[in-house]
Write a protein that binds this ligand. Structure first.
Ligand SMILES: [Zn+2]
Length: 139
């Protein structure tokens, strides 16, 4: 699978290192216990600097999706059409994700989704959100 990789300086950050270890973690305030994304050293909810990392439940809802028929980068030319999703996590965080290329799933806005962390290589894993049951399929 071809993906556009974050730079090495980003892959060393906790969001990516947790994914490389197979779990989705969210930057979470230790004072108000609310998650936020993208990660930041200051809680956007209560302005605390007391930020940690907590595992996400993996449960999400499909907010919307789009099928890209034109590659935004030449590296993705052999991937079109591909599906981009916007998912709302149970923790109140919204993430951009997608459907792994070649996987056939029926999407409906508002449907429940489950996170599946897909290993790309030793440094990079990506969180995909799939309908229940589809998350168990291999790519
Ligand atoms: Zn807070």
């Amino acid at each position: 699978m071809t993906v556009i990789r974050p730079g090495d300086e980003y892959l060393a950050q906790p969001f990516w290192t947790h994914l490389a270890n197979g779990t989705l973690h969210l930057s979470t305030c230790e004072d108000c216990n609310k998650a936020h994304h993208p990660p930041s050293p200051i809680c956007p909810h209560c302005r605390s600097f007391n930020i940690g990392w907590k595992p996400a439940s993996g449960k999400a809802t499909l907010n919307t999706y789009a099928v890209a028929r034109h590659a935004v980068h030449p590296l993705l030319a052999d991937q079109v059409p591909y599906t981009i999703t916007l998912v709302d996590l149970e923790e109140g965080v919204r993430l951009v994700s997608g459907i792994p290329n070649g996987m056939e799933v029926d999407l409906e806005i508002g449907m429940p989704l489950e996170c599946k962390v897909v290993k790309i290589d030793d440094q990079l894993s990506l969180p995909y959100f799939l309908p229940a049951g589809a998350a168990d399929q291999d790519q």
